[in-house]
Design a protein around this ligand. Structure first.
Ligand SMILES: *Cc1c(COP(=O)(O)O)cnc(C)c1O
Length: 395
């Protein structure tokens, strides 16, 4: 075992794929102290800048006074507190669904939902670029599992046509793709799901809180109701600035998950104070809607600036704005160069993305200012090798 592990670690190093953790000494925000040095942060998923919002902090402190710290037991034993229950009711209301069910993390929500709904003899179709948790869930479920080309409705329909008549069908996509930032064509996917009698599930980890006029995410952006998009997953640790995740849908779906989703059943309930912070954040979605507007303005500002500098931007209109580099080692060099300029952007490499698709995953948040984005653009201008500049600008 020791030799085998050493060999694998050495190989990772040689491939420029070795990952290291940085130590953060401050709260999330545009400026943080990392490994003892202040940097401007452009890789957090705290899209609305709520992770350190005083109202979230106060809600958590207040709930800890009332409910203590530990969840104590699983939801089905005696860990389901009134504040968890209120949060579920609010999430159902916000998403326009019958009910919502809290999970401790998004990874668990995906694993639990797909494996509860699907089994041997069933068919799962997933976008190739889906989040690792959805791909793992598909494999673990025991169902026949296929991946279609990214956002390719023709490829998907060809595959749907070929499915045998027996077994259930689940179509699963990321609503916003986590490493690319582009959005799934959900209305078209809903139509295909209906036509071929498949159940549609969307993972809105990067859209919930951010997309849609009121921040309800992809379902609001596209106006998709519970019949069109029956399984809606959202997370609370990104745009919402707290922690945890949920599935929203019909009474039948939620009751089935309570009975059959193992990562729901066999785990301790999240601390009630964490749920209280999420509730406070949902209040801010409406009372501080300027956060979404400011974020959208910053995204436009960044894209305009990047186009002027001929940076290799990918086609995204969300807070995730990746720059395609290709080579792992080069992505690491650029990331290190940016860090030397005081700007932290992480290099995303295989196996998170395909070989030859290494990139800088820039994320912009409502906590940033226009001046911060200008600092990022200047640093990119200085550090990015000219070979990576694109000559023709994408439309
Ligand atoms: C982050 C993420 C998850 C996992 O959510 P956690 O709450 O962090 O476990 C699931 N799906 C997507 C698309 C994500 O980006």
């Amino acid at each position: 075992m020791i030799e085998a592990l050493q060999r694998r670690l050495t190989e990772r190093h040689q491939q420029s794929r070795y990952r290291k953790r940085r130590v953060l000494e401050t709260a999330q925000g545009p400026r943080v102290i990392v490994d003892g040095r202040e940097v401007l942060l452009f890789c957090s998923n705290d899209y609305l800048g709520l992770a350190n919002h005083p109202q979230l902090v106060a809600a958590m402190q207040h709930a800890a006074q009332t409910y203590g710290v530990g969840g104590g037991a699983s939801h089905l034993v005696c860990g389901h507190s009134a504040v968890h229950h209120r949060l579920e009711e609010r999430l159902a209301e916000v998403t326009g669904r019958d009910r919502a069910l809290l999970f401790s993390t998004g990874y668990m929500a995906n694993l639990g939902t797909v494996t509860a709904l699907m089994g041997k003899g069933d068919h799962i179709l997933e976008d190739r670029l889906n989040h690792a948790s959805l791909l793992d869930a598909g494999l673990l479920s025991g169902a026949k599992f296929q991946r279609f080309h990214h956002n390719d409705l023709d490829d998907l329909e060809r595959r749907l046509k070929k499915l045998p008549a027996s077994g259930q069908r689940l179509l699963v996509v990321d609503a916003v793709f986590s490493m690319d930032g582009d959005i799934a064509p959900l209305p078209e996917l809903a139509a295909l799901a209906k036509k071929y009698d498949a159940y549609l599930m969307a993972d809105d980890a990067h859209g919930f809180g951010v997309l849609g006029h009121g921040g309800a995410g992809c379902c609001e952006l596209f106006g998709l109701d519970q019949d069109q998009l029956p399984v809606l997953m959202g997370t609370l640790g990104k745009g919402i600035g707290s922690f945890g995740a949920f599935i929203a849908g019909s009474e039948l779906l939620i009751e089935s998950l309570i009975q059959f989703a193992r990562p729901y059943i066999y785990t301790t309930a999240m601390p009630p104070a964490v749920a209280a912070a999420s509730l406070a954040s949902l209040d801010l979605l409406s009372s501080e809607s300027w956060r979404r507007e400011h974020l959208m303005a910053l995204i436009s500002h960044f894209k305009d600036g990047a186009a002027k500098l001929a940076l290799p931007l990918m086609a995204s209109n969300t807070a995730i704005q990746p720059l395609l580099v290709g080579d792992e080692a080069l992505a690491m060099t650029i990331s290190a160069g940016l860090e030397a300029e005081g700007v932290l952007v992480s290099a995303i490499r295989p196996p998170t993305v395909a070989v030859g698709q290494s990139r800088l995953r820039i994320t912009i948040t409502a906590g940033h200012s226009v001046a911060d984005v200008d600092v990022l653009l200047a640093a990119l201008h200085k550090v990015l090798p000219s070979a990576l500049r694109v000559t023709a600008q994408l439309p």
